[in-house]
Design a binder for this molecule. Sequence first.
Ligand code: MSP
Length: 510
Amino acid sequence: MNPLYITTPIYYVNDVPHLGHAYTTIATDVMARFNRLQGREVKFLTGTDEHGQKIAKAAELKNIETQQFTDEISPRFKALVSVECINEESENLLNISNTDYIRTTEPRHKNAAQALWQILEQGGHIYLDKYAGWYSVRDEAYYQESELIDGKAPTGAEVEWIEEESYFFNLSKWQDKLLKFYTDNPNFITPKSRYNEVVSFVKSGLKDLSISRTNFSWGVPVPNAPKHVMYVWIDALTNYLTSAGFPDTDSNEYQKFWEQSDIIHVVGKDILRFHAVYWPAFLMAANLPLPKQIVAHGWWTVEGEKMSKSVGNVVSPYELVENFGLEQTRYFLLKSMPFGNDGDLSRERLVEIINADLANNIGNLSQRTLSMIYKNFDGVISEAKNIKDFNWQSHFQNIEAEMKSFQYQNALTQIIEFSSKANTYIDEKAPWTLRKEGKMDEMGEVLYNLAEAIRKIAILLLPFCPNSANKILDQLNISDTERNFVALQKPLKQGIKINKPEGVFPRGEL
Ligand code: MSP
Protein backbone atom coordinates (compact mmCIF):
# COMPACT_ATOMS: atom_id res chain seq x y z
CA MET A 1 0.00 0.00 0.00
CA ASN A 2 1.53 3.35 -0.95
CA PRO A 3 1.47 6.09 1.69
CA LEU A 4 -1.38 8.56 1.98
CA TYR A 5 -0.80 12.30 2.11
CA ILE A 6 -4.02 13.96 3.21
CA THR A 7 -4.63 17.65 3.81
CA THR A 8 -7.20 20.11 5.12
CA PRO A 9 -7.44 23.54 3.53
CA ILE A 10 -5.28 26.05 5.33
CA TYR A 11 -7.52 28.41 7.23
CA TYR A 12 -7.62 32.16 6.83
CA VAL A 13 -6.56 33.90 10.01
CA ASN A 14 -8.87 36.86 9.56
CA ASP A 15 -11.07 35.31 12.21
CA VAL A 16 -11.08 32.66 14.92
CA PRO A 17 -12.02 29.03 14.20
CA HIS A 18 -15.67 27.97 13.96
CA LEU A 19 -17.74 24.86 13.33
CA GLY A 20 -16.98 24.86 9.56
CA HIS A 21 -13.24 24.69 10.14
CA ALA A 22 -13.63 22.08 12.86
CA TYR A 23 -15.71 19.94 10.52
CA THR A 24 -13.15 19.82 7.71
CA THR A 25 -10.38 19.10 10.18
CA ILE A 26 -12.30 16.34 11.97
CA ALA A 27 -13.38 14.65 8.73
CA THR A 28 -9.79 14.66 7.51
CA ASP A 29 -8.57 13.35 10.85
CA VAL A 30 -11.02 10.44 10.76
CA MET A 31 -9.78 9.50 7.30
CA ALA A 32 -6.13 9.74 8.39
CA ARG A 33 -6.76 7.56 11.44
CA PHE A 34 -8.78 5.02 9.44
CA ASN A 35 -5.96 4.60 6.96
CA ARG A 36 -3.39 4.20 9.72
CA LEU A 37 -5.48 1.42 11.22
CA GLN A 38 -5.36 -0.28 7.85
CA GLY A 39 -1.58 -0.24 8.25
CA ARG A 40 -0.89 2.64 5.93
CA GLU A 41 1.66 5.37 6.49
CA VAL A 42 -0.14 8.71 6.61
CA LYS A 43 1.11 12.27 6.37
CA PHE A 44 -1.60 14.68 7.49
CA LEU A 45 -1.23 18.42 7.02
CA THR A 46 -3.25 21.35 8.29
CA GLY A 47 -2.39 24.98 9.04
CA THR A 48 -3.14 28.61 8.34
CA ASP A 49 -3.35 30.81 5.26
CA GLU A 50 -1.97 34.16 6.34
CA HIS A 51 -1.35 36.38 3.33
CA GLY A 52 -3.53 38.48 1.09
CA GLN A 53 -5.73 41.51 1.22
CA LYS A 54 -8.39 39.94 3.41
CA ILE A 55 -5.92 39.32 6.24
CA ALA A 56 -4.21 42.70 5.74
CA LYS A 57 -7.59 44.44 6.00
CA ALA A 58 -8.61 42.48 9.09
CA ALA A 59 -5.36 43.52 10.81
CA GLU A 60 -5.82 47.11 9.72
CA LEU A 61 -9.30 47.15 11.17
CA LYS A 62 -7.88 46.08 14.51
CA ASN A 63 -5.04 48.57 14.17
CA ILE A 64 -2.45 45.85 14.58
CA GLU A 65 0.60 45.24 12.46
CA THR A 66 -0.26 42.38 10.07
CA GLN A 67 2.45 39.94 11.12
CA GLN A 68 1.57 40.46 14.75
CA PHE A 69 -2.11 39.95 13.95
CA THR A 70 -1.45 36.62 12.25
CA ASP A 71 0.85 35.63 15.12
CA GLU A 72 -2.09 36.14 17.45
CA ILE A 73 -4.72 34.28 15.40
CA SER A 74 -2.75 31.32 14.09
CA PRO A 75 -2.36 29.83 17.60
CA ARG A 76 -6.15 29.84 17.93
CA PHE A 77 -6.22 27.35 15.05
CA LYS A 78 -3.21 25.49 16.38
CA ALA A 79 -5.02 24.98 19.67
CA LEU A 80 -7.52 22.71 17.91
CA VAL A 81 -4.92 20.35 16.53
CA SER A 82 -1.64 18.64 17.31
CA VAL A 83 1.52 20.65 17.01
CA GLU A 84 3.88 18.18 18.62
CA CYS A 85 5.37 17.97 15.19
CA ILE A 86 6.83 21.41 15.63
CA ASN A 87 7.68 20.90 19.25
CA GLU A 88 5.23 23.19 20.95
CA GLU A 89 2.67 22.67 23.64
CA SER A 90 -0.72 22.00 22.17
CA GLU A 91 -4.15 21.93 23.63
CA ASN A 92 -5.36 19.76 20.71
CA LEU A 93 -8.99 20.47 21.52
CA LEU A 94 -10.30 18.25 18.71
CA ASN A 95 -7.75 15.44 19.19
CA ILE A 96 -6.38 15.75 15.66
CA SER A 97 -3.59 13.46 14.47
CA ASN A 98 -1.94 15.83 12.00
CA THR A 99 1.76 15.33 11.43
CA ASP A 100 2.57 18.87 10.31
CA TYR A 101 1.11 22.32 10.85
CA ILE A 102 2.01 24.98 8.33
CA ARG A 103 1.81 28.75 8.39
CA THR A 104 2.23 30.46 5.04
CA THR A 105 4.32 33.15 6.74
CA GLU A 106 7.07 30.62 7.49
CA PRO A 107 10.34 30.93 5.55
CA ARG A 108 10.04 27.34 4.25
CA HIS A 109 6.81 28.32 2.55
CA LYS A 110 8.00 31.57 1.04
CA ASN A 111 10.88 29.59 -0.38
CA ALA A 112 8.58 26.95 -1.90
CA ALA A 113 6.12 29.48 -3.34
CA GLN A 114 8.92 31.42 -5.00
CA ALA A 115 10.48 28.23 -6.34
CA LEU A 116 7.19 27.13 -7.92
CA TRP A 117 6.77 30.59 -9.42
CA GLN A 118 10.21 30.43 -10.97
CA ILE A 119 9.58 27.01 -12.48
CA LEU A 120 6.36 28.31 -14.04
CA GLU A 121 8.09 31.43 -15.27
CA GLN A 122 11.02 29.53 -16.75
CA GLY A 123 8.56 27.20 -18.46
CA GLY A 124 7.03 30.21 -20.18
CA HIS A 125 3.68 29.96 -18.39
CA ILE A 126 3.72 33.42 -16.80
CA TYR A 127 3.54 36.79 -18.54
CA LEU A 128 3.16 40.41 -17.51
CA ASP A 129 0.01 42.34 -18.50
CA LYS A 130 -2.67 44.48 -16.96
CA TYR A 131 -5.69 43.20 -15.04
CA ALA A 132 -8.91 45.13 -15.21
CA GLY A 133 -11.88 43.44 -13.63
CA TRP A 134 -13.82 42.48 -10.53
CA TYR A 135 -12.28 41.20 -7.34
CA SER A 136 -13.79 40.06 -4.07
CA VAL A 137 -11.56 40.48 -1.06
CA ARG A 138 -13.81 38.30 1.09
CA ASP A 139 -13.52 35.40 -1.37
CA GLU A 140 -10.01 36.36 -2.53
CA ALA A 141 -11.30 35.62 -6.02
CA TYR A 142 -11.58 37.27 -9.42
CA TYR A 143 -15.00 37.28 -11.03
CA GLN A 144 -16.10 37.85 -14.58
CA GLU A 145 -18.81 40.38 -15.27
CA SER A 146 -21.10 37.55 -16.40
CA GLU A 147 -20.75 35.80 -13.04
CA LEU A 148 -22.02 38.71 -10.96
CA ILE A 149 -25.50 38.61 -9.49
CA ASP A 150 -27.02 41.99 -8.67
CA GLY A 151 -23.56 43.52 -8.68
CA LYS A 152 -22.21 41.01 -6.18
CA ALA A 153 -20.17 37.84 -6.35
CA PRO A 154 -22.21 34.62 -6.72
CA THR A 155 -21.32 33.99 -3.06
CA GLY A 156 -22.98 37.26 -2.08
CA ALA A 157 -19.65 38.93 -1.33
CA GLU A 158 -18.95 42.53 -2.31
CA VAL A 159 -16.76 42.99 -5.35
CA GLU A 160 -14.56 45.90 -6.34
CA TRP A 161 -13.21 46.97 -9.69
CA ILE A 162 -9.45 46.77 -9.88
CA GLU A 163 -7.02 47.82 -12.57
CA GLU A 164 -3.38 47.08 -12.06
CA GLU A 165 -0.28 45.67 -13.64
CA SER A 166 -0.30 41.95 -13.00
CA TYR A 167 1.43 38.72 -13.87
CA PHE A 168 -0.80 36.15 -15.50
CA PHE A 169 -0.71 32.38 -15.57
CA ASN A 170 -1.68 30.97 -18.97
CA LEU A 171 -4.61 28.98 -17.60
CA SER A 172 -6.54 29.04 -20.89
CA LYS A 173 -3.84 26.90 -22.44
CA TRP A 174 -4.62 24.10 -19.98
CA GLN A 175 -8.32 23.76 -20.69
CA ASP A 176 -8.11 20.72 -22.96
CA LYS A 177 -5.46 19.02 -20.88
CA LEU A 178 -7.59 19.49 -17.77
CA LEU A 179 -10.68 18.09 -19.49
CA LYS A 180 -8.72 15.08 -20.65
CA PHE A 181 -7.35 14.63 -17.16
CA TYR A 182 -10.88 14.66 -15.66
CA THR A 183 -12.03 12.11 -18.25
CA ASP A 184 -9.07 9.86 -17.55
CA ASN A 185 -9.52 10.23 -13.79
CA PRO A 186 -13.24 10.08 -13.10
CA ASN A 187 -12.62 9.84 -9.35
CA PHE A 188 -10.42 12.91 -9.24
CA ILE A 189 -13.27 15.01 -7.88
CA THR A 190 -15.78 13.57 -5.50
CA PRO A 191 -18.78 13.57 -5.05
CA LYS A 192 -19.86 13.07 -8.65
CA SER A 193 -22.13 16.12 -8.70
CA ARG A 194 -19.11 18.29 -7.94
CA TYR A 195 -17.10 16.56 -10.64
CA ASN A 196 -19.77 17.47 -13.18
CA GLU A 197 -19.86 21.03 -11.93
CA VAL A 198 -16.11 21.44 -12.41
CA VAL A 199 -16.13 19.83 -15.85
CA SER A 200 -18.84 22.17 -17.07
CA PHE A 201 -17.04 25.17 -15.60
CA VAL A 202 -13.86 24.25 -17.48
CA LYS A 203 -15.80 23.46 -20.65
CA SER A 204 -17.37 26.91 -20.56
CA GLY A 205 -13.91 28.35 -21.17
CA LEU A 206 -10.95 29.30 -19.01
CA LYS A 207 -9.39 32.75 -19.00
CA ASP A 208 -5.79 33.37 -18.05
CA LEU A 209 -5.47 33.94 -14.33
CA SER A 210 -4.05 37.04 -12.69
CA ILE A 211 -1.50 35.74 -10.17
CA SER A 212 0.07 38.87 -8.71
CA ARG A 213 -1.11 42.04 -7.04
CA THR A 214 0.52 45.44 -6.74
CA ASN A 215 -1.88 47.55 -4.70
CA PHE A 216 -0.87 46.05 -1.34
CA SER A 217 2.25 44.30 -0.08
CA TRP A 218 1.11 41.59 2.38
CA GLY A 219 2.16 38.49 0.49
CA VAL A 220 5.04 36.49 -0.88
CA PRO A 221 7.15 38.79 -3.08
CA VAL A 222 7.26 37.80 -6.73
CA PRO A 223 10.88 36.84 -7.53
CA ASN A 224 12.69 39.70 -9.27
CA ALA A 225 9.60 41.93 -9.32
CA PRO A 226 9.61 43.90 -6.07
CA LYS A 227 6.34 45.75 -6.77
CA HIS A 228 4.37 42.50 -6.95
CA VAL A 229 3.19 40.07 -4.32
CA MET A 230 1.74 36.72 -5.32
CA TYR A 231 -2.02 36.29 -5.57
CA VAL A 232 -2.93 34.63 -2.30
CA TRP A 233 -4.29 31.46 -3.95
CA ILE A 234 -1.12 30.53 -5.80
CA ASP A 235 0.71 31.14 -2.53
CA ALA A 236 -1.83 29.16 -0.48
CA LEU A 237 -2.11 26.13 -2.76
CA THR A 238 1.65 25.74 -2.73
CA ASN A 239 1.48 24.96 1.00
CA TYR A 240 0.78 21.32 0.15
CA LEU A 241 4.10 21.16 -1.69
CA THR A 242 5.97 23.08 1.00
CA SER A 243 5.12 20.56 3.68
CA ALA A 244 6.27 17.76 1.38
CA GLY A 245 9.74 19.27 1.27
CA PHE A 246 9.46 21.12 -2.05
CA PRO A 247 11.59 22.53 -3.67
CA ASP A 248 14.01 19.90 -2.41
CA THR A 249 12.74 17.24 -4.78
CA ASP A 250 15.53 14.89 -3.74
CA SER A 251 14.45 14.92 -0.09
CA ASN A 252 12.95 11.78 1.42
CA GLU A 253 9.84 13.71 2.37
CA TYR A 254 9.22 14.83 -1.20
CA GLN A 255 10.04 11.47 -2.72
CA LYS A 256 7.79 9.62 -0.33
CA PHE A 257 4.88 11.99 -0.01
CA TRP A 258 4.73 13.85 -3.30
CA GLU A 259 6.07 11.25 -5.70
CA GLN A 260 4.86 7.98 -4.21
CA SER A 261 1.80 8.83 -2.15
CA ASP A 262 -1.85 9.08 -2.85
CA ILE A 263 -2.41 12.79 -2.29
CA ILE A 264 -5.91 13.74 -1.18
CA HIS A 265 -7.09 17.30 -0.54
CA VAL A 266 -10.23 17.63 1.55
CA VAL A 267 -11.96 20.98 0.91
CA GLY A 268 -15.27 22.75 1.25
CA LYS A 269 -17.42 23.10 -1.87
CA ASP A 270 -16.71 26.84 -1.97
CA ILE A 271 -13.03 26.33 -2.69
CA LEU A 272 -13.33 23.45 -5.13
CA ARG A 273 -12.53 25.51 -8.22
CA PHE A 274 -9.16 26.53 -6.83
CA HIS A 275 -8.24 22.95 -6.00
CA ALA A 276 -9.73 21.14 -8.95
CA VAL A 277 -8.90 23.62 -11.73
CA TYR A 278 -6.12 26.05 -10.83
CA TRP A 279 -4.04 23.67 -8.73
CA PRO A 280 -3.79 20.81 -11.26
CA ALA A 281 -3.07 23.37 -13.99
CA PHE A 282 -0.18 24.87 -11.98
CA LEU A 283 1.19 21.40 -11.29
CA MET A 284 0.86 20.27 -14.91
CA ALA A 285 2.64 23.41 -16.04
CA ALA A 286 5.41 22.83 -13.50
CA ASN A 287 5.66 19.17 -14.53
CA LEU A 288 4.92 17.97 -11.02
CA PRO A 289 2.74 15.02 -10.01
CA LEU A 290 -0.95 15.79 -9.43
CA PRO A 291 -3.04 14.89 -6.39
CA LYS A 292 -5.12 11.75 -6.64
CA GLN A 293 -8.35 13.23 -5.40
CA ILE A 294 -10.12 16.39 -4.35
CA VAL A 295 -12.90 15.66 -1.92
CA ALA A 296 -15.50 18.40 -1.51
CA HIS A 297 -17.80 18.60 1.47
CA GLY A 298 -20.90 20.69 2.03
CA TRP A 299 -21.60 23.58 4.32
CA TRP A 300 -23.14 23.77 7.77
CA THR A 301 -25.99 25.95 8.79
CA VAL A 302 -26.94 26.42 12.42
CA GLU A 303 -30.50 25.73 13.55
CA GLY A 304 -31.58 26.31 9.95
CA GLU A 305 -29.72 29.58 9.44
CA LYS A 306 -26.54 30.52 7.67
CA MET A 307 -23.74 30.98 10.17
CA SER A 308 -22.76 34.62 10.27
CA LYS A 309 -21.25 37.14 12.60
CA SER A 310 -24.02 39.64 12.01
CA VAL A 311 -26.69 37.10 12.99
CA GLY A 312 -24.48 36.22 15.97
CA ASN A 313 -24.88 32.46 15.52
CA VAL A 314 -21.29 31.48 14.78
CA VAL A 315 -20.65 28.21 16.59
CA SER A 316 -17.32 27.80 18.31
CA PRO A 317 -15.82 24.32 18.49
CA TYR A 318 -15.21 25.06 22.18
CA GLU A 319 -18.91 25.46 22.80
CA LEU A 320 -19.72 22.11 21.19
CA VAL A 321 -16.99 20.25 23.01
CA GLU A 322 -17.93 21.78 26.33
CA ASN A 323 -21.66 21.16 26.00
CA PHE A 324 -21.74 17.79 24.29
CA GLY A 325 -18.26 16.30 24.60
CA LEU A 326 -15.54 15.91 22.01
CA GLU A 327 -16.33 12.31 21.07
CA GLN A 328 -19.99 13.14 20.68
CA THR A 329 -19.25 16.22 18.57
CA ARG A 330 -16.95 14.29 16.26
CA TYR A 331 -19.53 11.53 15.95
CA PHE A 332 -22.45 13.83 15.23
CA LEU A 333 -20.62 15.83 12.56
CA LEU A 334 -19.96 12.71 10.51
CA LYS A 335 -23.11 10.76 11.27
CA SER A 336 -25.77 13.37 10.71
CA MET A 337 -25.61 13.67 6.92
CA PRO A 338 -23.90 12.15 3.89
CA PHE A 339 -20.48 13.66 3.30
CA GLY A 340 -20.77 16.10 0.43
CA ASN A 341 -24.24 17.31 1.45
CA ASP A 342 -24.96 20.43 3.43
CA GLY A 343 -25.80 19.86 7.06
CA ASP A 344 -27.62 21.63 9.81
CA LEU A 345 -26.41 21.84 13.36
CA SER A 346 -29.57 21.35 15.32
CA ARG A 347 -28.66 20.80 18.94
CA GLU A 348 -31.82 18.79 19.45
CA ARG A 349 -30.83 16.43 16.66
CA LEU A 350 -27.30 16.22 17.95
CA VAL A 351 -28.55 15.03 21.33
CA GLU A 352 -30.95 12.61 19.65
CA ILE A 353 -28.22 11.05 17.54
CA ILE A 354 -25.60 10.74 20.23
CA ASN A 355 -28.08 9.30 22.69
CA ALA A 356 -29.50 6.79 20.24
CA ASP A 357 -26.19 5.58 18.81
CA LEU A 358 -23.57 6.18 21.45
CA ALA A 359 -25.34 6.14 24.82
CA ASN A 360 -28.17 3.67 24.16
CA ASN A 361 -26.69 1.42 21.54
CA ILE A 362 -22.92 1.07 21.93
CA GLY A 363 -22.62 2.47 25.44
CA ASN A 364 -25.29 0.23 26.95
CA LEU A 365 -24.05 -2.86 25.16
CA SER A 366 -20.59 -2.34 26.49
CA GLN A 367 -21.60 -1.40 30.01
CA ARG A 368 -24.06 -4.28 30.40
CA THR A 369 -21.71 -6.90 29.00
CA LEU A 370 -18.57 -5.84 30.79
CA SER A 371 -20.36 -5.45 34.15
CA MET A 372 -21.73 -8.99 33.88
CA ILE A 373 -18.27 -10.36 33.15
CA TYR A 374 -16.83 -8.33 35.98
CA LYS A 375 -19.44 -9.37 38.54
CA ASN A 376 -20.06 -13.00 37.61
CA PHE A 377 -16.74 -14.22 36.27
CA ASP A 378 -14.24 -12.23 38.35
CA GLY A 379 -13.63 -10.15 35.28
CA VAL A 380 -12.35 -13.10 33.24
CA ILE A 381 -13.59 -13.60 29.68
CA SER A 382 -14.81 -17.19 29.39
CA GLU A 383 -14.19 -19.83 26.80
CA ALA A 384 -16.61 -20.11 23.94
CA LYS A 385 -17.17 -22.93 21.50
CA ASN A 386 -20.31 -21.64 19.86
CA ILE A 387 -19.06 -18.53 18.20
CA LYS A 388 -21.59 -15.95 17.09
CA ASP A 389 -20.05 -13.41 14.75
CA PHE A 390 -23.09 -11.35 13.71
CA ASN A 391 -22.01 -11.57 10.06
CA TRP A 392 -19.11 -9.47 10.99
CA GLN A 393 -17.03 -9.73 7.78
CA SER A 394 -19.71 -8.26 5.59
CA HIS A 395 -20.05 -5.22 7.84
CA PHE A 396 -16.30 -4.74 7.80
CA GLN A 397 -16.12 -4.99 4.02
CA ASN A 398 -18.91 -2.45 3.69
CA ILE A 399 -17.16 -0.10 6.08
CA GLU A 400 -13.92 -0.24 4.11
CA ALA A 401 -15.78 0.42 0.87
CA GLU A 402 -17.78 3.32 2.32
CA MET A 403 -14.70 4.94 3.78
CA LYS A 404 -12.88 4.63 0.49
CA SER A 405 -15.52 6.91 -0.96
CA PHE A 406 -15.65 9.17 2.10
CA GLN A 407 -19.13 7.99 3.07
CA TYR A 408 -18.61 8.35 6.79
CA GLN A 409 -22.33 8.27 7.55
CA ASN A 410 -22.80 4.90 5.88
CA ALA A 411 -19.70 3.50 7.54
CA LEU A 412 -21.05 4.53 10.94
CA THR A 413 -24.44 3.06 10.11
CA GLN A 414 -22.70 -0.27 9.53
CA ILE A 415 -21.09 -0.08 12.97
CA ILE A 416 -24.44 0.75 14.54
CA GLU A 417 -26.19 -2.10 12.73
CA PHE A 418 -23.53 -4.48 13.95
CA SER A 419 -23.92 -3.18 17.49
CA SER A 420 -27.70 -3.49 17.26
CA LYS A 421 -27.34 -7.15 16.36
CA ALA A 422 -25.28 -7.68 19.49
CA ASN A 423 -27.94 -5.85 21.51
CA THR A 424 -30.65 -8.09 20.08
CA TYR A 425 -28.52 -11.13 20.93
CA ILE A 426 -28.11 -10.03 24.53
CA ASP A 427 -31.87 -9.66 24.89
CA GLU A 428 -32.58 -12.99 23.22
CA LYS A 429 -30.01 -14.90 25.22
CA ALA A 430 -30.83 -13.05 28.44
CA PRO A 431 -27.58 -13.93 30.23
CA TRP A 432 -29.09 -12.72 33.52
CA THR A 433 -31.66 -15.54 33.24
CA LEU A 434 -28.92 -18.05 32.41
CA ARG A 435 -27.21 -17.03 35.64
CA LYS A 436 -30.38 -17.55 37.65
CA GLU A 437 -30.75 -20.97 36.08
CA GLY A 438 -27.15 -21.76 36.99
CA LYS A 439 -26.12 -22.15 33.32
CA MET A 440 -22.79 -20.47 33.85
CA ASP A 441 -20.99 -22.06 30.90
CA GLU A 442 -23.65 -20.90 28.53
CA MET A 443 -23.69 -17.47 30.10
CA GLY A 444 -19.90 -17.28 29.75
CA GLU A 445 -20.17 -18.14 26.08
CA VAL A 446 -22.76 -15.48 25.41
CA LEU A 447 -20.59 -12.93 27.19
CA TYR A 448 -17.55 -13.99 25.17
CA ASN A 449 -19.44 -13.35 21.93
CA LEU A 450 -20.58 -10.00 23.22
CA ALA A 451 -17.13 -8.97 24.44
CA GLU A 452 -15.79 -9.89 21.03
CA ALA A 453 -18.43 -7.73 19.33
CA ILE A 454 -17.57 -4.85 21.64
CA ARG A 455 -13.87 -5.17 20.86
CA LYS A 456 -14.63 -5.00 17.16
CA ILE A 457 -16.96 -2.05 17.55
CA ALA A 458 -14.35 -0.20 19.60
CA ILE A 459 -11.60 -0.79 17.03
CA LEU A 460 -13.89 0.39 14.25
CA LEU A 461 -14.85 3.41 16.27
CA LEU A 462 -11.23 4.41 16.90
CA PRO A 463 -11.01 6.85 13.96
CA PHE A 464 -14.27 8.58 14.92
CA CYS A 465 -14.20 8.64 18.72
CA PRO A 466 -10.59 7.83 19.59
CA ASN A 467 -10.74 8.60 23.31
CA SER A 468 -13.90 6.64 24.06
CA ALA A 469 -12.97 3.73 21.82
CA ASN A 470 -9.60 3.51 23.55
CA LYS A 471 -11.32 3.57 26.95
CA ILE A 472 -13.43 0.58 25.94
CA LEU A 473 -10.32 -1.22 24.71
CA ASP A 474 -8.55 -0.33 27.98
CA GLN A 475 -11.41 -1.92 29.89
CA LEU A 476 -11.08 -5.01 27.73
CA ASN A 477 -7.35 -5.00 28.39
CA ILE A 478 -6.47 -5.01 24.70
CA SER A 479 -2.82 -4.06 24.20
CA ASP A 480 -1.87 -1.07 22.05
CA THR A 481 -0.43 -3.30 19.35
CA GLU A 482 -3.80 -5.06 19.00
CA ARG A 483 -5.73 -1.89 18.24
CA ASN A 484 -5.77 -2.01 14.46
CA PHE A 485 -7.50 -3.74 11.56
CA VAL A 486 -5.05 -6.62 11.39
CA ALA A 487 -5.94 -7.48 14.98
CA LEU A 488 -9.61 -7.32 14.03
CA GLN A 489 -9.18 -10.45 11.97
CA LYS A 490 -7.84 -12.41 14.95
CA PRO A 491 -10.25 -13.69 17.58
CA LEU A 492 -10.50 -12.15 21.03
CA LYS A 493 -8.34 -14.16 23.42
CA GLN A 494 -10.17 -16.22 25.99
CA GLY A 495 -9.17 -15.87 29.62
CA ILE A 496 -8.36 -12.16 29.47
CA LYS A 497 -9.06 -10.39 32.74
CA ILE A 498 -10.88 -7.17 32.08
CA ASN A 499 -10.65 -3.95 34.07
CA LYS A 500 -13.44 -2.42 36.08
CA PRO A 501 -16.01 -1.24 33.55
CA GLU A 502 -17.05 2.39 33.49
CA GLY A 503 -19.56 4.12 31.26
CA VAL A 504 -17.90 5.78 28.27
CA PHE A 505 -20.85 7.39 26.52
CA PRO A 506 -22.87 9.48 28.95
CA ARG A 507 -26.28 10.65 27.80
CA GLY A 508 -26.31 14.08 26.21
CA GLU A 509 -28.68 16.80 27.31
CA LEU A 510 -29.88 20.00 25.72
N1 MSP B 1 -7.66 29.89 3.00
C1 MSP B 1 -8.59 29.28 2.15
C2 MSP B 1 -8.19 27.86 1.81
C3 MSP B 1 -6.84 27.72 1.20
S1 MSP B 1 -6.42 26.06 0.90
C4 MSP B 1 -5.03 26.11 0.00
C5 MSP B 1 -9.97 29.28 2.81
N2 MSP B 1 -9.99 29.41 4.13
S2 MSP B 1 -11.30 29.51 5.03
O1 MSP B 1 -10.83 29.64 6.38
O2 MSP B 1 -12.15 30.55 4.56
O3 MSP B 1 -12.12 28.21 4.83
C6 MSP B 1 -11.54 26.99 5.06
C7 MSP B 1 -12.52 25.85 4.96
O4 MSP B 1 -13.57 26.00 5.90
C8 MSP B 1 -13.14 25.73 3.59
O5 MSP B 1 -13.00 24.40 3.14
C9 MSP B 1 -14.59 26.04 3.83
O6 MSP B 1 -15.42 25.27 3.01
C10 MSP B 1 -14.77 25.62 5.28
N3 MSP B 1 -15.92 26.28 5.86
C11 MSP B 1 -16.07 27.59 6.19
N4 MSP B 1 -17.36 27.76 6.61
C12 MSP B 1 -18.04 26.60 6.55
C13 MSP B 1 -19.31 26.15 6.96
N5 MSP B 1 -20.24 26.96 7.42
N6 MSP B 1 -19.57 24.82 6.85
C14 MSP B 1 -18.61 23.92 6.44
N7 MSP B 1 -17.43 24.31 6.07
C15 MSP B 1 -17.16 25.64 5.94
O7 MSP B 1 -10.95 29.12 2.13
